[in-house]
Design a protein around this ligand. Structure first.
Ligand code: NAD
Length: 286
C-alpha cells in the first residue's frame, strides 16, 4: 500500500503501542485519527504528532461503547473522507486466578479487548468496503492469543477471541474478493504500561479484589517489570509492524522467538495433550 495521504485510525493511541503506531503512520505521510478513552494520553499523542507535522484528528473514544466508536468513525470520514488502515489496538490486562476474578474483571477485559475490536469492525469496515479502496484491518492480539498459561484467564481469553475473529475477518475479505485484508498482530514484550491497566479502569467495572494467594500477584509484578524494563520500545514495534504489512503478512510476530511456544502447543495438541503447564521464566523462585 502507498501510505502517503491515506488515513490510519488507531485505537488506544494515547499510550504505548498505539502511540508508536500512530507516530509511524504519520511519519509515512498518513493522516491519523487517534482514539483513546484517556483524554490526557490522547492529548500528549496529538501534540507529538502535530510536532512531527502530521495531520491528526483526535477523538476521545470508549471502545466498549459502540456509539462512541461510531462517533469516531463519523468524525474520521467527515474530516478525511477515507480510512485505509484500521488499528483495533486498545487493550487492558487483567491477570489473576480464573475463579477468583470478579465478573466485572472478566467483563472489563472482554469488553475492551474483544467488543472493542468488534465495535471497530462494525463502525469502520462497511465504510471501508463501500469506499472501494485498498485497506488493512490490523487487530492487536498478543502471543497470549496463541499460548495459554496460568493466572492470565481474562486477558488470554480475550486475545484468543481476537485471533479467531481476525482469521475469520481475513477469510471473509478474501472469499468475497474485497480489496481489504486483515492482519493479526501478536507482540511479545513491548515496554508499555499494559500491566498497569488498573490506572484507567472505569468505575462501572468496579474495583479489583485482592488475590487470596501470592503466586499470581508475584507473577503479575514480575511480568510488569519485565515488560517495562526489557520489552522493545513501541517505536521499534511499529517499525516491525509496518515491515510486516509491507511484506503482505497476515501474522505479525514482532518477537519471532515465541514461535517455539506455538509449535510446542500444536505438537501437544497433535498428541491430544495439554501443553506443559508452567509459569513464565523463574518467577516462582523468589
Ligand atoms: P498501554 O496500556 O500503554 O496502552 C493501551 C491503551 O488503550 C491506553 O492508552 C488506554 O487508555 C487505552 N484504552 C483502554 N481502555 C480503553 C477503552 N475502553 N477505549 C479506548 N481506549 C482504551 O498498553 P499497550 O501495551 O500499548 O497495549 C496496546 C495493545 O497491545 C493492547 O491490546 C495489548 O493487549 C497489546 N499487547 C501489548 C503487549 C505489551 O507487551 N505491551 C504485548 C502483547 C499485546
Amino acid at each position: 500500500m502507498q501510505y502517503a495521504q491515506k488515513v490510519a485510525v488507531v485505537t488506544g493511541a494515547g499510550s504505548g503501542i498505539g502511540r508508536g503506531l500512530a507516530g509511524k503512520a504519520g511519519s509515512l505521510g498518513m493522516k491519523v485519527v487517534a482514539c483513546d478513552i484517556d483524554r490526557n494520553g490522547l492529548k500528549a499523542t496529538e501534540e507529538d504528532l502535530k510536532q512531527q507535522g502530521v495531520d491528526v484528528l483526535s477523538v476521545q473514544t470508549d471502545v466498549t461503547d459502540y456509539n462512541s466508536v461510531a462517533n469516531a468513525a463519523d468524525a474520521a470520514y467527515a474530516r478525511f473522507g477515507r480510512v485505509n488502515l484500521l488499528f483495533n489496538n486498545a487493550g487492558v490486562l487483567v491477570s489473576g486466578i480464573s475463579w477468583e476474578r470478579s465478573l466485572e474483571d472478566w467483563r472489563w477485559n472482554l469488553d475492551v479487548n474483544v467488543m472493542g475490536v468488534i465495535h471497530g469492525i462494525k463502525a469502520f469496515v462497511p465504510r471501508m468496503v463501500a469506499g472501494g479502496e485498498e485497506g488493512i484491518v490490523v487487530n492487536t492480539a498478543s502471543v497470549g492469543g496463541l499460548t495459554a498459561g496460568p493466572f492470565m484467564g481474562p486477558y488470554t481469553t480475550s486475545k484468543f477471541a481476537v485471533v479467531g475473529l481476525t482469521e475469520t475477518l481475513h477469510a471473509e475479505f478474501v472469499v468475497l474478493g474485497l480489496k481489504l485484508r486483515a492482519a493479526c498482530l501478536c507482540p511479545g514484550e513491548v515496554s508499555t504500561r499494559i500491566f498497569r491497566s488498573e490506572r484507567i479502569r472505569p468505575e462501572k467495572f468496579g474495583v479489583r479484589a485482592e488475590s487470596s494467594r501470592q503466586e499470581d500477584v508475584k507473577m503479575h509484578e514480575y511480568l510488569a517489570n519485565f515488560v517495562e524494563g526489557k520489552g522493545i520500545t513501541p517505536a521499534e514495534l511499529a517499525e516491525r509492524v509496518f515491515a510486516a504489512l509491507d511484506a503482505g503478512k497476515f501474522w505479525i510476530f514482532p518477537h519471532p522467538d515465541f514461535k517455539k511456544a506455538f509449535t510446542e502447543r500444536y505438537e501437544a495438541m497433535m498428541k491430544d495433550e495439554a501443553v506443559r503447564a508452567r509459569l513464565p521464566r523463574q518467577v516462582t523462585k523468589s
